[in-house]
Ligand binder design. Sequence first.
Ligand SMILES: CC(C)(COP(=O)(O)OP(=O)(O)OC[C@H]1O[C@@H](n2cnc3c(N)ncnc32)[C@H](O)[C@@H]1OP(=O)(O)O)[C@@H](O)C(=O)NCCC(=O)NCCS
Length: 211
Amino acid sequence: MVSNIIHIWVLPIPPTISPEEERRLLSILGEQEMSRYQRLSNRSRQIQYLLGHALARFKAASLLNLFPQNVPLIFEEGGKPRLEGNSGWHCSLSHTSELIAWAMAPFPVGVDLEGERVIKNPLKIARRFFSTTEVAELESLDEMAQQKRFRQIWCLREALYKAETDSPHPWQFELFHFFQHVMALAAATSALPQVIVEKVVYQEFLIFPVP
Ligand SMILES: CC(C)(COP(=O)(O)OP(=O)(O)OC[C@H]1O[C@@H](n2cnc3c(N)ncnc32)[C@H](O)[C@@H]1OP(=O)(O)O)[C@@H](O)C(=O)NCCC(=O)NCCS
């Protein structure tokens, strides 16, 4: 199984999903996911959650050669997704109100998406969360460049936080810009990973066999 590839699937969130599609997607979630979905009171957050977890299951299913409902996807107490068993795959999930990203790799991996928004007082936040080198870099930039760099650093730090583990391998980072988003990737591997980013069309879900 082992390769040096990081797979990332990116799904633009459709404007609506029909009740029938929703039922269909709900039928593949695990118990833990179902109970979390039911506890979400915000409707758009519910749809985001459902599509994120459906994307995770459909794509993990294709790599693991399983049905989506049989993918052993669980969530640790802090919310970190994990594929149980000895497949060797690591995974990470991120969503904004417009996009979802699901990453899988044969080594620890974290993915994070940040949509375009104006950050109020980025230096104040940076001084609290970023390193002195990062703060110094931001201080040297004009307002527009500062906004852009702040989002990149924030996103990279979130990706690293999501992947964090005691891996003996060095961290590798990648940044992507698309659909007015920044996407950051952190991976613990000694060799330079090959990253495959694939855009997923929502309609793909509707023809996939589910129970
Ligand atoms: C938990 C956290 C990482 C989520 O990130 P986010 O940008 O708010 O939201 P995203 O949509 O990108 O990611 C959410 C997904 O991350 C995953 N996730 C949640 N907690 C996680 C954790 N501890 N580790 C790894 N993944 C986690 C889940 O799959 C979740 O999706 P789900 O709720 O649908 O299952 C973030 O809120 C957090 O607590 N960060 C702490 C680190 C910090 O302080 N960063 C500041 C910048 S330096």
